[in-house]
Write a protein that binds this ligand. Structure first.
Ligand code: SIN
Ligand code: MN
Length: 279
């Protein structure tokens, strides 16, 4: 499956593309069926909210779970990504941001690429985020908010928070509510006055593709339901990190082999074998 010329143009202009219910129900169900096992794994890949008991994010669920691993190669996602980047790709980062009902905290305004540039030495923003709504996303459960077109503004000033000096590994404040690189209020006022804010809402199985330079954030979840958002970040194979990576492999991927497309039918067969259930 490839994107239409209109979709490509819209992505390039707006910095995001929303596709409602793009993931077939049976695949969505298989992914959600794996969630309890993935959440139960005690690992540094599991990150908590400030209350130290609500799961905020699971990084690299594909390291231990075959269904999540196969998703990265799924034809309906990988083909559009290669089309938009006009290149072969590998996975730089993979996470599930849970945003638990009544407990999931905000993500402050930021751009993603600054982390990958400054921390991982990735020289150009030739990356793409593919996010999948594992739950319905509503106005109340902290939808991802985007400033459309903001990716086209060059040299956006990023505020570097002081939390780097605090105890713990520097990379830990890329994951908590206190993000390291954020966008400040005067800049945001300019951006929002010029471009406004959108927050695509939709049923579970919807897909939001967004550019790593686009300004985005999300509010706390004031609904009683979780808002699990799965995000896979693909990088072009000719845009490999230019430094020796120091962040853990679950934040900065080490497998630089170009991904090969797993066709829908092929995956369907595999899932049938693994789970033995109706597909
Ligand atoms: C969120 O899960 O709402 C934030 C995701 C991101 O910043 O990439
Ligand atoms: Mn982000």
């Amino acid at each position: 499956m490839l994107l239409t010329a209109e979709q490509v143009e819209s992505y390039n202009q707006q910095g995001y593309l929303f596709m409602e219910s793009a993931i077939p129900k049976n695949i969505l169900n298989k992914l959600n069926a794996e969630i309890p096992a993935v959440f139960a794994e005690d690992s540094p890949r599991r990150v908590f909210e400030k209350d130290n008991r609500t799961i905020r994010s699971i990084y690299a669920p594909h390291f231990t779970n075959k269904t999540f691993d196969q998703l990265k190669s799924y034809s309906r996602l990988l083909n559009p990504v290669m089309q938009l980047l006009n290149n072969e790709v590998y996975l730089h980062q993979y996470k599930i941001n849970v945003k638990a009902g009544l407990a999931g905290e905000m993500w402050n305004w930021h751009q993603d690429y600054v982390y990958w540039e400054k921390e991982d030495g990735i020289a150009t923003p030739e990356l793409i985020n593919v996010s999948i709504y594992l739950d319905e996303v509503t106005e109340f459960n902290g939808p991802l908010a985007i400033i459309p077109g903001s990716h086209r503004l060059e040299n956006m000033d990023t505020v570097i928070s002081g939390s780097e000096a605090e105890s713990g590994e520097a990379w830990q404040n890329h994951l908590s509510v206190d993000l390291k690189y954020t966008l400040d209020k005067p800049l945001l006022r300019k951006l929002v006055n010029a471009y406004d804010i959108v927050a695509p809402k939709g049923p579970a199985g919807s897909v939001l593709i967004f550019n790593p330079l686009v300004a985005h954030a999300s509010a706390p979840n004031i609904s009683p339901f979780d808002r699990k958002l799965l995000i896979m970040t693909y990088n072009a194979v000719n845009n490999l990190p230019q430094i020796e990576l120091t962040r853990p492999d679950f934040l900065a991927g080490r497998d630089f082999n170009a991904l090969e497309v797993l066709e829908h039918e092929e995956w369907k067969e595999e899932l049938l074998e693994q789970h033995g259930s109706v597909f």
